[in-house]
Design a protein around this ligand. Structure first.
Ligand code: COI
Length: 354
């Protein structure tokens, strides 16, 4: 499929002070758009000026949330070139989410080509400063003007780009997390493994209550017994207990994070024992009491590696590693960001140059 290009005639000012970018507020000059119509498939691929879109108020995505999305980043290296981190994994996962949400699959190779072309056009928007990158948000949503409940026949696929800094305002400083015992994020047979809007909408109430108590995020427990640890919502979670790296296994209600997968691969390559298994919050609390809970950290595209310094479970407060970033979290942050920004060799073959 050809990609039609329409360039903006009114380019925007690029942010001057990259330290003030924050996450996800600023958008570049262009976006990628493609339509799907039943019987015709995906068509009319185009890169057009970034701007508002017009939708019927009856668009199905607005009523029943048939939507999926992805998140990845483009990084500027010291020689000024721009590169992506495992973008093929994002489009592979997008098709897994699509299958769950009855959305037509995308051609993974084609959308990667389109993304590279878009990022190449917008390369001057890729931040220059340490820790900042171009956040990439591909998404698909149902646009049929119909208020009956059924899988749609018409969709839009879009990619928008946002120069961004750290996801958490704390940066690499440890975050405060609260174990959620009232609400649940996902249940067996649900959509927990898919990157779909509903999983995030459902998390807002817990997150809001956590914010009111001065916590950044919540740690979700399983939706049946509220006993087993699942994930944080904006990131997967890891525990280092007595030197062993443990992360909840992918049981269908946890997002299969690409940073999660990369962190596991890096740890194994460096010789650490990594176990993917079910782990209860009780086990974590017990390890803490016995002085064996060495580190807790989250992994995510937006969050990168985010140490957890304070974990609250009911009335129990766990101060982890004296609220300092731990050795494994630090090693992972350095290795991952080194590969992403090109200051370390890409031993795993994860980098795709734009
Ligand atoms: C990402 O890490 O890319 C995500 O999509 C998580 C989102 C909460 C920002």
């Amino acid at each position: 499929m050809e990609i039609r290009i329409e360039k903006t005639t009114t380019p925007k000012e690029k942010p001057v002070d990259e330290s003030k970018l924050g996450f996800g507020h600023v958008f570049t000059d262009h976006m990628f758009v493609m339509n799907y119509d039943a019987g015709q498939g995906w068509h009319d691929a185009r890169i057009v000026p970034y701007g508002e879109i017009s939708l019927s108020p009856a668009s199905m995505c607005l009523h029943y949330g048939q939507e999926i999305f992805e998140g990845l980043k483009a990084y500027r290296t010291a020689d000024g070139s721009v590169q992506l981190f495992r973008p093929d994994e994002n489009f592979k996962r997008m098709n897994v989410s699509a299958e769950r949400m009855v959305i037509p699959p995308i051609d993974e190779e084609f959308v990667l080509k389109a993304l590279k072309q878009l990022v190449e056009m917008e390369k001057d928007w890729v931040p220059h400063s340490e820790g900042a990158s171009l956040y990439i948000r591909p998404f698909i949503f149902a646009v049929d003007p119909y208020v009956g409940v059924k899988p749609a026949d018409h969709y839009l696929f879009m990619i928008i780009l946002s120069p961004s800094g750290a996801y958490y305002s704390t940066g690499l400083n440890p975050v405060k997390i609260y174990v959620e015992e009232k609400y649940v994020r996902a249940v067996r047979g649900g959509t927990g493994f898919a990157k779909t809007a509903a999983n995030y909408a459902i998390s807002l109430k817990g997150q809001d209550e956590a914010h009111n108590q001065d916590y950044e995020q919540v740690l979700w427990l399983d939706g049946v017994e509220q006993k087993y640890i699942e994930e944080v919502g904006s990131m997967n979670i890891f525990f280092v207990i007595d030197g062993e790296v443990i992360t909840p296994e992918l049981t269908g209600s946890v997002l299969p994070g690409i940073t999660r997968k990369s962190a596991i691969e890096i740890c194994r390559k460096k010789g650490f024992k990594v176990t993917e298994r079910r782990i209860t919050i009780e086990e974590v609390a017990k390890a803490y009491d016995e002085g064996k809970l060495d580190e807790v950290f989250g992994t995510g595209t937006a969050a990168v590696i985010s140490p957890v310094g304070h974990l609250k479970w009911g009335s129990k407060i766990m101060e982890i590693n004296n609220n300092q970033i731990g050795k494994i979290s630090h090693m992972l942050y350095e290795t991952l960001t080194g590969i992403q920004w090109g200051t370390l060799p890409d031993e795993f073959g994860w980098i795709v140059k734009v």
